[in-house]
Design a protein. Structure first.
Length: 333
């Protein structure tokens, strides 16, 4: 059995930063994640996508942010159980929690922190009957490496930030990029919408609004996309790749059965310290909810920082904790 001070479920950016804040308080951490590597969505879904709202970084690639967080927590030597899902939880008489994974690995700690991002997520798929036949054969729901699309013809469907961002990025990589959206208006950031319209006017991309992708064709690999336009009827486009970006459908998975108070597929917490309805269990990052909640990495960092103060008192009830600035104390290795 693995024993630690703080057991963190989720090794995404917020889970990793929790290790740093806990480490400053000399608390040992161990992380569990169903993915085979740390980083969560940043590593698995969009490692090459730039992030613009991390303080001190005008722009940083998602994968580079993960690398920097891993370097930042290296002095505190956290443990990792990767490629396994936290499935069962038990509270012992002494107050400790025992969490068992789907592979039977047991972990014991007095404090449990859920930093599982969106939880278990699945892509929202368009209602195209044969789409499953072309998955990994020209149909992708997630863009991991933009270079994969170099010199290719790509059709992207969607009207949110992800569809807009990838259209802009792939405009300089793919031979041809077409963005298909069922409305004239977009749900994404205004700046991104303006960039997409500008690229369309410069004929660097094709923008097809009031239309939907209703069919795909090909032999061993995708070769054509059928688009139904509101006024122009059927449009057939040659394509090497079709990327429907309609978001992810988040699910809490096994966490939903742990007795936690759930609201709209998220875990309710107290904003004083982001503790759940179960004493000793905290939730930070996108997986939690409270009035005014914003699903930003930056907010998750803030939540983790405050959470660690209460966690320390649970782990060391007889010790007095005094807050100190790292500019004064440095990092104790």
């Amino acid at each position: 059995m693995i024993q630690t001070d703080m057991l963190i479920i989720g090794a995404g950016p917020v889970g990793l930063f929790t290790v740093f804040e806990a480490g400053l308080l000399k608390l040992k951490c161990h992380l569990i994640d169903s993915l085979p590597m740390p980083g969560g969505q940043l590593a698995e879904i969009y490692p090459k996508k730039p992030i613009y709202d991390i303080p001190g970084y005008p722009s940083v690639l998602a994968g580079d942010l993960v690398d920097n967080l891993m370097e930042q927590i290296k002095p505190f030597q956290p443990g990792f159980t990767l490629g396994e899902t936290a499935t069962y939880i038990e509270r012992l008489k002494d107050g400790n929690f025992v969490v068992t994974t789907n592979k039977g690995t047991e972990h014991k700690a007095p404090v449990l922190v859920i930093a599982g991002g969106l939880g278990v997520f699945e892509p929202r798929k368009p209602p195209i009957p044969n789409i499953i036949d072309f998955e990994d054969k020209g149909v992708e729901y997630i863009i991991k490496d933009p270079e994969f699309y170099r010199h290719k013809k790509v059709v992207i469907a969607g009207g949110g930030d992800s569809a807009l961002d990838w259209t802009i990025l792939l405009a300089d990589i793919a031979d041809e990029v077409s963005l298909v959206h069922r409305r004239k208006e977009f749900r994404g950031a205004l700046d991104s919408v303006e960039k997409v319209i500008s690229l369309h006017k410069k004929k660097k991309i094709q923008l097809i609004t009031e239309a939907q992708v209703v069919g795909i064709r090909g032999d061993e690999h995708l070769s054509e996309v059928l688009i139904k336009h509101k006024t122009e009827g059927d449009i057939i486009k040659r394509a090497d790749h079709f990327v429907p970006l309609f978001g992810l459908a988040p699910k809490l998975g096994p966490l939903a059965n742990w007795g936690l108070e759930i609201e709209k597929n998220a875990i309710k917490v107290d904003t004083f310290d982001y503790q759940t309805n179960i004493e000793g269990i905290f939730a930070v990052g996108d997986i939690n909810t409270y009035p005014g909640k914003l699903k930003l990495i930056l907010c998750g960092f803030h939540e983790a920082t405050l959470m660690c103060q209460t966690a320390y008192k649970i782990i060391h009830p007889n010790k007095k904790l005094s807050f100190k600035y790292t500019t004064v104390t440095g990092i104790d290795r």
